[in-house]
Write a protein of this length. Sequence first.
Length: 367
Amino acid sequence: MEGLIYLEDGTVFKGIGFGARGTAVGELVFNTSMTGYQKILTDPSYKGQIITMTYPLIGNYGVSDIDNESDGIHAFGLVIKDLCDMPSNSNSVMSLDQWLREQNVPGVFGVDTRQITKKIRKFGTVKCLISTEDISIAEAKELCSKGELRGDWMKEASTKEKYVLEPTAVTEEKPYEVAVLDFGVKTNILRCLQVRNCRLTVYPYGTPAAEILQEKPDGIFLTNGPGDPEEAKEAIEEVHNLIRTSEVPMFGICMGHQILALALGGKTYKLKYGHRGGNHGVYDKETKRSYITSQNHGYAVQHESIILKGMEVTHLNLNDGTVEGMEHRDLPIFSVQFHPEASPGPDDNAYLFDKFINRMKGDRENA
């Protein structure tokens, strides 16, 4: 198949199509990870986006049954330099091409991903059309102009029904009851809580605070998710109500971090091209250590806005100085912008989950 990438400024890249035969419009972003394409594509935070992988060889270890972060691909398309159609991995059950066809997601390879990445870095993320349907440039231009970049994808990425996950820890201790507010959660985040003896009640987007608190949770967890945090108005209001009416320990990651800031009266802003990859340096002011982190976000919390709302900045990005973590001065509330469950360190950031557990343990011992 012929593969076409059309940017809203008129830039065209032609390559070879793979995966599904189709056309999609989304926000073109880049990810600098050398591995993990299956986890990236199934991360709900990529809903509405077309991903360019900067590492040139993709597909070399195929697709397995154990590496998904959700029940399917959420990205709208994939752009890569070289496609491996003969994967070598004992866990592989199919090739990347087969998987994208099965998931009805178009891909394009054989293009200069360095040029695409440099363009995004210079001009910022951009609306993009990806097609494997042999459409003309004129058709691509029209379809791209009609395409809409939504900011409220978290409403679709969230679970539609409340469900419960039992802890996987082998212990005689009573499990910690954790309310999970789902904005598009990654499966591995839930596993990191389950293995720490947490029974998780996962709630759909916009669940009222009163409904959550009537279950008397030991802790509240705010998940990652796609889109513009300021579009999550219902979630912002309910998190504000949770903070106002309880003192239950609360922990947020990525979108959860941003929604927490907005619920406290802070502000967020869109980054030029975001942070997406597994090699972002972050400094923890409390431990006075630097960590390698995995990140996937296009928005950030405005530093000054949260300082005035009772929060202290705990983590800073070593590349651009953006806020990577915060903690309330008086309430048991903290959050981070990066993904501690993704383990690029590999286990450097696991202490954040332990911190959440210790907060709940302290409340239980003082009750």
